[in-house]
Design a protein. Structure first.
Length: 255
């Protein structure tokens, strides 16, 4: 027992945790990532910026609606956040492309602000940014393939970003649920609802305005995120000149 205690920890609890973690790793997939890559690409993500990455992921997946749901404890503090989209889901056979590949380019510098457009987060960064605000991220996704819909889960931990559990190694099950993805964040740092809404508005107002014709929407606890208070002046007109195509032009002045 002393040898085991010395090798594995100071208590039987430590030993049991090591054994359970070893068993769990047998079902874990590894992300193609280096220490240099993770430090370079994730260290500059602030918590609310990281949270927004998961909303972008929804729109990347062709969603037109993304819901941010906040769960509070008995003290009124937010202790869990889930982001749900009605996109196409994550096809199981493409999971390696979504999670295993991580941008490790020496040319990439995340300290530089990027003018986001679709697709966003295509370098694999967006799915790992929960590192900045949560201990654990759990995805449940439903996708359609060959006329059937399938459901499975993915789990990742902050302390082992280079590994993920892909449905316990089992193949996805057929389901009748709607396609889309929900990602749940637990053991999170403290946020206020007001600051979450404010950050979402700052990040997405221009995107929602440019895509109004596509009816893109974001909701926080069932309330639609609007940005009318961002608009100082708005002018719309149709040019009188004879052009090859008809245009409706909008000029918007933001505050």
């Amino acid at each position: 027992m002393r040898k085991l205690s010395v090798l594995f920890g100071k208590s039987a609890e430590d030993l049991m945790r090591k054994v359970l973690n070893w068993n769990r790793r047998n079902f874990m997939q590894e992300v193609s990532i280096t220490t240099e890559g993770i430090q370079k690409n994730l260290k500059n993500f602030k918590p609310l910026d990281a949270l927004c990455e998961y909303i972008w992921n929804g729109f990347d997946a062709q969603a037109d609606r993304v819901d941010v749901r906040l769960q509070t404890n008995e003290f009124g503090l937010i202790n869990m956040i889930s982001i749900v989209d009605n996109g196409t889901g994550i096809v199981y056979e493409e999971l390696g492309d979504k999670f295993k590949t991580f941008n490790d380019s020496k040319k990439y510098d995340s300290s530089k602000k990027v003018n986001h457009s679709l697709p966003h987060g295509r370098q694999g960064i967006g799915r790992l940014t929960f590192f900045a605000f949560a201990q654990r991220a759990s995805w449940t996704t439903v996708y359609e393939k060959d006329g059937n819909k399938y459901e499975y889960y993915i789990d990742m931990e902050k302390d082992t970003l280079n590994q993920y559990d892909d449905n316990g190694g089992e193949t996805p099950k057929i389901t009748d649920k709607d396609v889309g993805t929900e990602v749940v964040f637990t053991q999170i740092q403290q946020f206020l609802k007001e600051e979450i809404v404010k950050r979402i508005k700052n990040e997405f107002f221009w995107f929602l305005e440019l895509n109004k014709h596509r009816n893109f929407r974001i909701f926080v606890d069932g309330e639609k995120v609007t940005y009318d208070d961002f608009i100082i002046n708005k002018i719309q007109f149709v040019p009188e000149e004879q052009l090859a195509h008809k245009y409706e032009i909008s000029i918007i002045q933001w505050n």
